[in-house]
Design a protein around this ligand. Sequence first.
Ligand code: ADE
Length: 277
Amino acid sequence: MLKKSNHLRTLLTLLLIVVPLLVCSCAPKEGSVAEEKEQPESIGIISAMDNEVKLLLSEADIDHVDTIGGVDFHVGTLCGQPVVITRSGIGKVLSASAVTAMLNQYRISNVIFTGIAGGVGDDTEVLDEVIATRLVQHDYGTMNNDGFEWSDGNTGESVGEEGYYYCDDELVDLAYDAATEIIGEEHVFKGTIATGDQFVASEEYVETLQDNFDAIACEMEGASIAAVCTQYETPFVVIRAMSDKADGNAHESYDNMGDIAADNSSRIVIHILKSIK
Ligand code: ADE
């Protein structure tokens, strides 16, 4: 009898120690996802490089900066709109990682990717603007004995369609209207952007991108952003100014025109935010 009551006492003591510990470890911690979810719904703005977010950050009222996985998320307002602005780094991996962190950490209503690209095709000249209607990973596929064979990335029905990820129609229209006001209708195109982990500087590959994907621009982040946003069912659009023609002169053109092109895309984003006030 005495042994039994001792056991009972030990059990009760253990429960008194363990239960509060469990409750504490489950409660939201300062700065955790749960706390961040209290924030207003924000527009997520992502770019790959510093020059592509510079103008936006200089115009924004930033409340605070969260660093997640080494990536800075600038939380504040731009033109009165709640925004989260980040620079992901270059390429599909880093951009997918940044947009995933953003969508998990904040209440994001829409994602706008802004930056520069290589013009693919006869119409898109340097400093023209391309508003993506859809995006595709041009470098996804199989390397077999006959060379590279593209495939749709097993996107399936719920994520993308035959390898293409579609931008939100309303955002595309807003971006197109803003772009025509900022740089003139003759310099603005809507169409397919092809994304890959390569800087394209080849006339021959430009033809491949035109012929195989109907692309009018190429860059290194759009389709990965699009794939993640599609999975999270978050509307998105990709806005790109041409810094080069993705040809043999691409590097020189990129060096000379990249900053101007980046600012042009940022101006379009600012115009969009003003127009949805
Ligand atoms: N971004 C800007 N120009 C580019 C190019 N030619 N290829 C890939 N990404 C780019």
